[in-house]
Each structure stands twice: as C-alpha cells, then as structure tokens.
Design a protein around this ligand. Structure first.
Ligand SMILES: [Mn+2]
Length: 330
C-alpha cells in the first residue's frame, strides 16, 4: 500500500541538500485529484501592517523542510503511509493588489477543496487564512485552534481598510466562515492599541487563552480546554509563528517577547490528535528577519507536526466513511 503513495525523496539515495526543494521533499503535484493532502505555499504579505517579508516564507520553509524525515518520533505517525500527500505549488498572487490577491488565493483553494483535498499551507501573512476560509468553509463554518501572539480580530486599519493581517478572524466571523464559539486562541499577549482591542472577540464568544493564563495552567490543561471548545466539529488549525517567543522564532513581522516555547507548541499540536481536523496553516515566517534560517526551520517543523495529526484524522475519517457510508463526512 505505502509503495503506491507519493513518498519524499529517499535521503539515503539523494542527500538532503540536493535536489529541487519541495515541501518535505515530496513530489510536485499538478493534478489536484492526485492528493488527499495538498501542501501549498501562499507567498503574499500584502496584509502586513508593520515589517513585511512573509511573502518569502514558502520558499524558505520548503528549503528547511528538507530536515524533516518520514515518521513522527513521538506519535509514530507516518503520514506518507496513510494518505497521498504532495506539494501542489503556490497560490497565484498579485503583490501590488490586495483584493486581486484575495480573489486569486480563494480561487486556488476552491480548486483544491473541490478536488477533495485538505490544504496545509505555508504563508504569507495571516490575512491569507481569510481567502482559505472563503474557499473551504463556505458550506459550513469551521472551528479553529489558533496559536498567535495577537487575536487578529481588529476592525480596520489606516482609515477604513478592512483587510490586514490584524483583521482576518473578525472578517471570518462576520462572513459566517468561522464559528467563534468553537474558536480558541492561545498565546495572546503584548501591548494593545486600546483597552478594548479584544472586546469583539470576547463578545463573539471566542475563548482567548492569554499567554499569562497558558503559563499558569500549562500544556495539558490548555489541551483540555481546546477539546472542550472545538468539540467534534470540523476544525482548522492556524499557527502564527509569532505565538512563539522570538528567541525561538525571531524571523517574523510582529514579534512579542514572553511567548510559547517550540517544545510547548509541538506538544500542543500533538495533543490535537483525534479532533476533526480539516486543514491548517503556518504563517508569518519572514525570511528577511531570519538570517539563520531557524524560523523557517521552526515553520517547517510545525508544518510537519500539523501534517501528522491532520493526516491521521483524515485517514481515520476515510476508514469510518468506507465502513459506514451513512456517516461519511468531509
Ligand atoms: Mn496572526
């Protein structure tokens, strides 16, 4: 079975520093019906309000993803033995036109969604999650596990501009794409524009686990709360690398000190096993602020962590669907 599925380049035959860099050294896939999980780049940072550069994220994450191997060392999950996974390339973008980019990204992800594949994406700034939601959540809202230093639920910037990387989840709630009652934000911290910055999110019903609360209750209790909030419904995972302390991930546009460690973040992603996961992304890796490449390595590693839990969830749903067609559900 496994031999029929796309596999990463064999590091025993082709050394990790050789070859054309794709996500996880997987084959490039042009026919979207050939994959169950589509690894996608979204090289766009037109929603960035401060330090730009995340448009270069997908290329560097692809490069550093050559460090990933085939099997998860804790869970034992071997994603490439479960499902067809491939690198479907980058969403088309327009670096000088925000609205055109949102349209093009949505269109690309709609094609992936219609083909029946689940997207795991590398941004790009955090606004890219909005057109992804417009593509994959238009039939029913999704819940979300959201790692971030910022709630990204502000209203407008620079006058009345509704689309920045500080606003995607307010728009997603307004558009009925994101169910706020099934949304949990982890790691929120840092100074705010005004004391009422989080009022919209709280009033909408989003569960905010501020960094200070996370530091108090720890990984296990946070995971319990995550499970309580998102339940069994379709759930998306969005991982902004600025959720991490900048000593682990300095290469990002809006760093905030006092953040999550890489190990804590990995433990939390591993703890999402068994949820009804329908996609995910890693955003805000900004290579111009990442001279060592470490933030891109962190991004690639979190993408692999996501891939493992999402592949397992998707494969289990498939098995259930094939045994009990009445319960088939995307
Ligand atoms: Mn964010």
């Amino acid at each position: 079975m496994a031999s029929n599925l796309p596999q990463p380049l064999d590091a025993g035959l082709v050394p990790r520093f050789a070859g054309i860099p794709t996500f996880m050294r997987l084959p490039t896939v042009t026919n979207l019906t050939d994959v169950d999980i589509a690894l996608v780049g979204v090289p766009w940072d037109g929603g960035t309000t401060n330090r730009a550069g995340a448009r270069h994220g997908p290329r560097e994450i692809r490069n550093m993803s050559s460090f990933m191997r085939r099997v998860h060392h804790v869970s034992g999950i071997a994603p490439y033995d479960l499902l067809r996974v491939g690198d479907v390339g980058d969403a088309p973008v327009n670096p000088i036109d925000l609205l055109d980019s949102l349209r093009q990204i949505e269109q690309f992800f709609s094609t992936i969604h219609r083909a029946g594949a689940i997207p795991i994406s590398a941004g790009g700034d955090h606004l890219v999650t909005l057109p992804i939601f417009r593509a994959i959540a238009k039939d029913r809202p999704v819940g979300m596990v959201h790692f971030d230093a910022h709630s990204d639920t502000n209203d407008t910037y620079f006058g009345d501009n509704p689309y920045t990387h500080g606003t995607p989840f307010r728009r997603a709630v307004e558009e009925g794409l994101l169910d706020p009652h099934r949304t949990v934000q982890i790691g929120i911290r840092g100074s705010v524009y005004s004391a009422d910055d989080l009022d919209f999110a709280k009033a909408a019903g989003i569960r905010i686990i501020q960094m200070e609360e996370f530091a108090d209750i720890g990984v296990a209790a946070t995971l319990e709360e995550v499970r309580r909030v998102v339940g069994t419904g379709p759930t998306y995972v969005s991982f902004d690398v600025d959720a991490l302390d900048p000593c682990f991930a300095p290469g990002t546009g809006t760093p905030e000190i006092g953040g999550i460690t890489t190990l804590e973040a990995q433990q939390m992603l591993r703890g999402l096993r068994g949820l009804h996961l329908v996609g995910g992304d890693v955003v805000e890796v900004s290579p111009p602020f990442d001279p060592s490449g470490n933030t891109a390595l962190v991004g690639a590693t979190m993408m692999f962590e996501l891939l493992c839990v999402i592949a397992e969830a998707h494969a289990q749903r498939r098995t259930i669907a094939s045994e009990q067609p009445a319960f088939a559900e995307n």
